[in-house]
Design a protein. Structure first.
Length: 212
């Protein structure tokens, strides 16, 4: 089951966001992320959080439309997003896409990016932002990239080091390379054909691809 989690960050272009949504997605609103769903004409299956950032009128309307509500206390050890991901896994997610996870508060943006690497959720996690898609590799693992030649691809280490990195189908190749946390070596590569592959042996690698 594919789960979309709407987060209470910034979405500059709802048209660009709509490209990532599929009919039949299971939809979870992480608290105030429900506002993005309303803007897209959607309703959540579940609303998760302490409900401090969702408009009361919107919450009432969504309840009337059948949305379930999982309310948590304001004093908690996890963000609304982390709780929403946990709910998605509990409800049977086989893949999870986060939208509205970036922009706004810098601390929330960083936390939302790093939540991908926080622990092994045992479910593929990705973040969509406009025309960009960020996906996570946890070694040993491979990722196939598709898109027109010239699309930008960047790889950023989220663990102390990522080893055994090999590229196929990218302009600047790597073979059994190592990236360290903070390195910019993997930034701004491009596809040379309609298909490419990135594989790693160990570590956690964030791969960001831009689509036309």
């Amino acid at each position: 089951m594919r789960v979309i989690v709407f987060v209470n960050g910034e979405i500059a272009d709802y048209g660009a966001t709509a490209r990532w949504l599929h009919r039949g997605d299971y939809r979870i609103a992480a608290d105030g992320g429900a506002r993005h769903m309303e803007a897209l004409g959607l309703s959540p299956d579940v609303i998760v959080g302490d409900l401090d950032s969702i408009d009361e009128g919107l919450l009432a309307r969504l309840r009337e439309q059948g949305a379930a509500v999982e309310k948590h206390p304001a004093a908690k050890d996890a963000t609304d997003l982390e709780l929403a991901i946990a709910r998605a896994v509990k409800d049977g997610a086989t893949e999870i896409l986060l939208v509205g996870a970036l922009g706004g508060r810098l601390d929330q943006t960083l936390a939302n990016l790093l939540i991908l690497a926080q622990k092994n959720w045992n479910v593929p996690l990705a973040i969509a932002e406009g025309d960009q898609l960020a996906r996570l590799l946890r070694g040993p693992e491979s990722l196939t990239l598709t898109g027109p030649a010239g699309c930008f691809v960047s790889a950023v280490a989220l663990s102390e080091e990522v080893t055994g990195i090999s590229y196929r189908g990218l302009e600047y190749p790597l073979v059994d390379a190592t990236l360290h946390l903070g390195s910019t070596r993997g930034v701004s590569n491009t596809l040379t054909s309609s298909s490419a592959q990135i594989s790693i042996e160990s570590g956690i690698l964030l791969v960001i691809q831009q689509f036309p």
